[in-house]
Design a protein around this ligand. Sequence first.
Ligand SMILES: [Zn+2]
Length: 258
Amino acid sequence: MSDRMGTVHSGIEAFVIRRFPLGENDRIILFFTSGHGKLRAVAKNAMKPGRKMSGLLEPFNLLEIDLFEKAGSDLYRLNSVELASRPRRFTSDLGRLSAGFEVLGILEKFVPDQEVDPSLFDLTKQTLLALDREDAHPEFVLKTFQFRFFQLAGYGLNLCECNQCRKPRGNRSGYMDVQSGGVMCSVCRSRIARECAVVSAGTLKIIDGLFSFQDMSIPEETAMKRFIHESEPVVLGMFAWHFGAVPSSKKLINPHAD
Ligand SMILES: [Zn+2]
C-alpha cells in the first residue's frame, strides 16, 4: 500500500541485529531483512511492560515484520511483529551464542544499509539454523559463514594453482596470500616480501568446498582443529584487506544488550 505519505511493507522476514535505546519505552531496531537488506526502524512502546513485541525483538529470532516507510526518510516505523521461529539451544550455550553474535556483528559492521542481497539473507538464516542444531560445531558454522560471506561479496580465493606462476597446486599445501587473492608456490613466495602462512592441503580443500557452497560434512577432529587454526588468520586477513577492519572479538557476554 502506498500513498504520498509513505509505503507499508508487509510480511518481511527479518532478524534483529541490535537494539538502540530511544527514550524509556521506544527502541530503534537494526534489522537484517530478506527484501530490504539492513535497515533501522523505530519500535514505539516496544519496551512497555506487557507488550508482546519486546519479547520477540531478540537477536536470532526469525521474525515476520510489517514496516511503514515514510517518504523521504530512511528510518522506518515498525508496525507489527510475528515470530516465525525461535532458536532452542542458543541461550544456554556460550559457544553457539558467541558464534551467533559474531555473525550479527559481521552483518552490522560490513554490510551497507539497504543493500538487498537475498543470498546473504539466506546464508544468515541457514547459519543460525545450523548453530541451533544439536550436533552443531559452532566454530565450523562460523567459519562456513565467513568464507561464504566473502564469496558473496565477490572476494573468492584462487586455491587450485599458484597465484603468480600458475603452476597447479595439486594436493600440496600452499602459501596463502590474501592480498593477491590465493595461494603461492614456495618459489614464488620466496620472491615476495610478505608474510604468508602455510596452509595445509586438507584445510585448502575445506575452504574450497565452503567457497563453492558444497554441502560439507563436518571434518574429523584432527582435520577440524587444523582447519580452525589455519583458517583464522586467513579470515582475519581477508576482512582487513577487503573491508579495512576485522570483526569485533568474540565476547562471552551479549554485546548487543540494551
Ligand atoms: Zn608459483
